[in-house]
Design a protein around this ligand. Structure first.
Ligand code: GLA
Length: 417
């Protein structure tokens, strides 16, 4: 197939979109997905672009890796807790499209192709995600979707893909305003519900602007808006700071069908202490974030697995209201975060964060009233990780907590009167 020129391609997409808008055709996302934050596993942070299967057959980006992780999601109990997506990230493709312009999975590393892998994953009751890029190339240098948005949407649908992460390397951010919506339209047109994860706002933020989050939410289910997570506490802390600052009020756009994505769960990798792992889990629950683990599921310590599968963490994260928690106190290294789990002060999850890098535990005393929990009858308060019942507390009763450095005290207040 002849490749259209860059200008013709861009003009065509713009033209098609304006025709649709004039005709009143819905371009917005209508897939009914991500009513709660998606949960699953993704290769990027842990396995990067490791394409050397000769040297590292068990750790390279290949169908074997995704099959193995899919198996473990089931056998290790993650699926039963809600982790359902197995997401391929970058570096899965051949460097060239085929003669018809269709993307091809690397023939050596994915000898059976993506459709076969999707069937494998589906047979386990799981879903398959894939990665592409809106620009000329993916961030890792593989063929991008520029000029091929429609074709790629159709290809992914035909393969049985359930989620697409569309990155934004090698593209012009001024094209994103129509290009990301165009992909949303083409995905709708396939008739296959595919969760749409857009990196669009991240590139807008990198360029120093504030994204139009409402617009983004009308086309994307989830979206990245900050730098890639790395396997370190500094990285997790930086993300928490960005989400606490909430520049552009992106937290307000979150809700069923739409979630901000602060990036992958690294609990179970190398960089976090146990306290820091608890902090990532509690904070990702409170921020109503996708829980996409990028870890080696073959090798997870029991206490780490217990955190990843903690029922209260998952319940808070998956709360049907989908409200994203906010930072409500910031006093030096001490922060308080609150996620309402109803719209009328009838419950919520909260975190006391100690962001000190040294010293001993911080002693905290705070009442529910200051967390916005004002029902006079009181609340059943539980420590989130252990489920330990603290008591029925009235709005002015104090919660006393000891919070380790780089640690969290994670509480849940339920109103059941
Ligand atoms: C970007 C994304 C990452 C990952 C890589 C792959 O950096 O933000 O999450 O997908 O590209 O190259």
């Amino acid at each position: 197939m002849d490749k259209p020129s860059r200008k013709t391609g861009a003009r065509t997409v713009r033209f098609v979109l304006s025709l649709l808008l004039v005709a009143g055709v819905t371009v917005a996302l209508e897939n009914g997905l991500a009513l709660t934050p998606p949960m699953g596993w993704v290769s990027w942070e842990r396995y990067r672009c490791n394409v050397d299967c000769d040297i590292e057959p068990d750790n390279c980006i290949s169908e074997n890796l995704y099959m193995k992780m899919a198996d473990l999601l089931v056998s290790e109990g993650y699926k039963d807790k809600g982790y359902e997506y197995v997401n391929i990230d970058d570096c899965w493709m051949e460097k060239q499209r085929d003669a018809n312009g269709t993307l091809v999975a690397d023939r050596e590393r994915f000898p059976h192709g993506i459709k076969w892998l999707a069937d494998y994953v589906h047979n386990l009751g799981l879903k398959l995600g894939i990665y592409e890029d809106f620009g000329t190339f993916t961030c890792g240098g593989y063929p991008g979707s520029k000029f091929y948005l429609q074709k790629d949407a159709e290809t992914f649908a035909a393969w049985g893909v359930d989620m697409l992460k569309l990155d934004g390397c090698y593209s012009d951010i001024s094209d994103m305003d129509y290009g990301y919506p165009a992909m949303s339209f083409f995905m709708n047109q396939t008739g296959r519900p595919m969760l749409y994860s857009c990196s669009w706002p991240a590139y807008v933020v990198f360029s120093g602007q504030i994204p139009d989050y409402k617009k983004i939410a009308s086309y994307c289910n989830i979206w990245r808006n900050y730098a890639d997570i790395q396997d370190s506490w500094d990285s997790v802390k930086g993300i928490i700071e960005f989400y606490g600052n909430d520049t552009g009020n992106f937290s307000l756009v979150a809700g069923p069908g739409n979630f901000n994505d602060p990036d992958m769960i690294i609990v179970g990798d190398y960089g976090l202490s146990y306290d820091q792992q608890r902090t990532q889990m509690a904070m990702w629950a409170i921020m109503a974030s996708p829980l996409l683990m990028s870890i080696d599921l073959r090798n997870v310590k029991p206490e780490t697995k217990a955190l990843l599968q903690n029922d209260n963490v998952i319940r808070v994260n998956q709360d049907a209201h989908g409200i994203q928690g906010h930072r409500i106190v910031k006093q030096g290294p001490f922060e308080v975060w609150m996620k309402p789990m109803s719209v009328d002060a009838k419950g919520g999850a909260f975190a006391f964060l100690n962001l000190n890098d040294g010293g001993g535990p911080m002693q905290v005393s705070m009442n529910l009233q200051d967390l916005g929990l004002t029902q006079a009858e009181g609340y059943n308060v539980t420590e989130g990780f252990t489920g330990q019942f603290i008591g029925v507390l009235k709005p002015h009763d104090l919660i006393n907590a000891s919070v380790d450095p780089s640690g969290v005290w994670f509480g849940i207040a339920y109103f059941d009167c």
